[in-house]
Design a protein around this ligand. Sequence first.
Ligand code: BGC
Length: 301
Amino acid sequence: MSGLCRGVNLAGALDAERPARPDLRDLDLVRCAGLDTVRLPVRWSPHLATAPPYRLEPSFLETVAGVCDAALARGLTVVLDVHHHGELCADPVRETPRFLALWDQLGRRFADAGPGLCLELLNEPHDPMDAATWNGLLAQALAVVRATNPMRRVLVGPARWNIVAALGELRLPDDPDLVVTVHYYSPFRFTHQRAAWIDGSEAWRGTPWGTAAERARVRADLERAAAWARERGHPLFVGEFGTIATAPMADRAAWTALVRAEAERVGAGWALWDLATDFAAYDRVAGAWHAPLRAALLGAG
Ligand code: BGC
């Protein structure tokens, strides 16, 4: 598999409420750090018409395509994702035509991109969309993508926010170029302590991490995910994992180092959440990586 080994999410730009073009210097930062992949979370929905034929704003599409081209030109593998498409999980029946129209347009636009571009059908499908509904929908979306991109790598993860425990409910179409993706934020009270968007998480303040049982749990979770993907003949990509900046740094670094090392041990690629927002590995103010997190991801040096 080329690329899709070690990466980072470029969050806070194209996925934001008010989208911004990511600073292309971030791509150099990522490349210079020795990473090979960027995951590009994109909130397409506000740029997609609400009536048929659900046209995607050409200028937004070209902005995203420009970032993909810039990353590919630097030799990075790109995972282009459909992020925060909340309408789909809220009302899958109503939203399906619009979601498929999005993939039709993305498929056509990126049909000629190099093999370093990978497409991810949907970030974190979740309640009230259940696994059975998602299984049906992902097969439809994949068929739309395959009409224009017969051999491109396509990432697909399970319902319930892409958690490892939901893999057993995921049904994959027969397709040799699928990559299984999961997100790993466990224990959640540690990784999301004081997350402003999670009710009650203020009470998790100071939650430590690192007991032998907690470490064993990480190993077991990643082994289980890798075994599931391997049995079906697909690579595994841990497309998000990370810790919030309000967690203690020493524990953040220890957790990040273990998840990263275990992902590599079981043969999975990974992408940290995220470069420089609320789970940041890179400190924009200092203009430097947080040294403990950089070491956790890449080893000392
Ligand atoms: C969400 C972010 C969130 C992160 C960690 C991502 O999928 O888009 O808003 O910060 O997960 O929870």
